[in-house]
Write a new protein. Sequence first.
Length: 302
Amino acid sequence: MEDAMKECSLQPVKRAKLIQVEGVALPDWILDMWEGVKKFQAYPDDLLIATYPKAGTTWIQEIVDMILNEGDLEKCQRAPTHERIPFLECNEMPPYPSGLDMIAAMTPPRVIKTHLPFQLVPQSFWEQDCKAIYVARNAKDNLVSFFFFDKMCRDQPDPGTWDEYFWKFLSGQISWGSWYDHVKGWWKHKDKQRILYLFYEDMKEDPKREIKKVIHFLEKDLPDEVVNKIVYHTSFEIMKNNPMANYSFVPDQVFNQSVSQFMRKGAVGDWKNHLTVAQNEIFDADYRDKMADMTLSFRNEL
Ligand code: A3P
């Protein structure tokens, strides 16, 4: 499939436009999926992995797949990330079917990825009492990572300049909407549903501790040597060189990794290299307003 993807003579991909769906900014190709997403029927043993884009989705996907396969590397290298754990609301991109079609072809138990804010997730996941893992990343690093991703990913709306993007992020006018509403929405529901809420910064600080939380949440019992193996194989350096996890198979017309690599820096605090002093002040003041009502707190550095 990867060869077919590389060889397939795709036309240059036209950049998506931003549309508003139920008050949330989304890339326009989602419209073709929307009916199917709303009607999606979950199974009770489905596991949902949810994130705001660029918060560490691929990282937690790899961790979960390694846990479910009890550290068996060969099994985890059976296919690239998005085939092992399809992306619910993703459109068809020949030769790949849509996320919905890929999920329909899976044998349960299924693991499914979404970037949807809590209120747009198909109700069926909660009616079936499915488990979900949410990973959140501090807003400043998330903003920087998303900017570089939007520059290289042709399937996303044009990010414009760094300064333009900065303002779009603050106003939630980028794909999957406001970071602030996203992290808050999932936080508010985390104790009402079976949701494990993790932080990218905690995962960087002590990956073994956070991986053990996931193991516990998934009701698995793995020996320490397997846990260590999972920690090693899900580190940034190893995943960066793993063709089944680094999105290198996606053709340049879609992911132009010469502009920016998918596995870019994998760090906490890179925002310091990009936000100007003035932007940082504006950001902090705006952040205080938007997050004032929350007990949720993030670390911008370790
Ligand atoms: P940067 O752009 O800051 O490097 P997503 O998978 O949600 O699209 O997130 C991608 C971000 O997570 C990128 O951040 C990427 O480098 C980082 N990432 C991916 N795998 C990682 C890992 N194993 N450890 C730390 N960061 C990782």
